[in-house]
Design a protein around this ligand. Structure first.
Ligand SMILES: [Zn+2]
Ligand SMILES: [Zn+2]
Length: 382
């Protein structure tokens, strides 16, 4: 990338950062993306999964085609950093760097449109609602790969826990599957001084909270990664009133489907039996939201070979993450590769989803050149 192109891309990124939009509300972002893609000469399709945008670029006569995806949504977090371009919208911010992902893919689309040497079709895919709401799933359901056939699909995430220029593209597992649960324990409220006159849901919830720790420690094999985390407990309003109900919420993570089945079965059994043992009733909502993010080994090797040939990028191998990613739905539908691009600043650098997070603009040229090389290598002119 030339210096003036980098400067312009940084300005896009900071403008997107100033205007964060939550899942399926990315109207301004989608308008900006569609306008820019059209100005670069791409064929633009809007409306897929609501706010999704696809820009298509064809060169030559080859029938080969690939897709590259960026996520557009922000998070419901109040930004606490001091950047001059901080969020203008209270309670919303780009705390995961999707502003940077959009910028890098847009700049790559422009580079490919202006001077890309390739033979085939590239679909630049901008998806809504990556953060827990499954915009990637909706794009696939809405016919993404029927309307825009892709032989392979690629996506990346900035990774602040790795130094700038590190690139990780593992052969299979990158990120875990994600489940969520809500358990409402109903008892019977009473005066706090007369617990024997009621049925205490809080005591049952405390026991259940401890019991749920045994799913990973006693049921799942020690050789299999798994997480059960209770992240919310809600009950009661007064010093001296035992409430009628208590709600526990949390998240589960796994890679292997059989482990996912086991976690769900044990969580249901413990919730029902512990509640029952205390004379309460449990109502359980359990949803498997995202499958694991699993790369195709051939496509992962392709990404590593492209990345290792690029100045400023070093290929590394680190353990997969127990965080989740809805690019998993695209990888279930098509072979492809999800990669991490290191973006850590020196010194203390706030991580993803921190209210102080700010995408590191230093990696913009690395990401743009990487996407361009992916296009020019995968769709090389014969
Ligand atoms: Zn995130
Ligand atoms: Zn993210």
């Amino acid at each position: 990338m030339k210096a003036d192109e980098i400067e312009e891309a940084v300005a896009w990124r900071r403008d997107l950062h100033r205007h964060p939009e939550l899942a399926f509300e990315e109207h301004r972002t989608a308008d900006f993306v569609a306008r820019m893609l059209a100005s670069f000469g791409l064929k633009v399709s809007t409306g897929l999964a609501g706010t999704g945008v696809v820009g298509t670029l064809t060169r030559g006569s080859s029938a080969r085609s690939i897709g590259i995806r960026a996520d557009m949504d922000a998070l419901p977090i109040e930004e606490l950093g001091a950047a001059p371009y901080k969020s203008l919208h209270p309670g919303k911010m780009h705390a995961c760097g999707h502003d940077g992902h959009v910028t890098m893919l847009l700049a790559a689309a422009r580079a490919c449109a202006e001077s890309g040497q390739f033979d085939g079709t590239v679909h630049f895919i901008f998806q809504p609602a990556e953060e827990s709401e499954g915009g990637g799933w909706r794009m696939v359901e809405d016919g993404l790969f029927k309307s825009f056939p892709c032989d392979a699909v690629y996506g990346l995430h900035n990774w602040p826990s790795l130094p700038v220029g590190s690139c990780v593209a593992r052969d299979t597992a990158m990120m875990a599957a994600l489940g969520i649960f809500e358990i409402v324990i109903e008892g019977r409220g009473s005066h706090g001084a007369m617990p024997h006159e009621g049925v205490d849901p809080i005591v049952a919830a405390c026991e259940l909270g401890a019991s749920l720790q045994t799913v990973v420690s006693r049921n799942v094999s020690p050789l299999e990664p798994a997480v059960v985390s209770i992240t919310q407990i809600h009950a009661g309003d007064a010093w001296n009133v035992i409430p009628a109900s208590c709600t526990l919420r949390g998240t589960t993570r796994w890679f292997d489907n059989a482990v996912g089945d086991l976690i769900e079965t044990r969580l249901m059994a413990l919730a029902n039996s512990v509640a029952d043992g205390f004379g309460c009733k449990a109502t359980i909502r359990y949803e498997r939201r995202y499958p694991p993010t699993i790369n195709d080994p051939v496509e992962a090797a392709f990404i590593r070979s492209v990345a290792s040939a690029q100045d400023g990028i070093r290929v590394e191998d680190v353990a997969p993450s127990m965080a989740a990613e809805d690019f998993s739905f695209m990888l279930e539908a098509r072979p492809g590769c999800y990669l991490w691009l290191g973006s850590g600043r020196t010194g203390s650098d706030p991580g993803l989803h921190s209210p102080y997070f700010d995408f590191n603009d230093e990696i913009i040229p690395l990401g743009v050149d990487l996407w361009r090389s992916v296009v020019e290598t995968k769709l090389a002119v014969a």
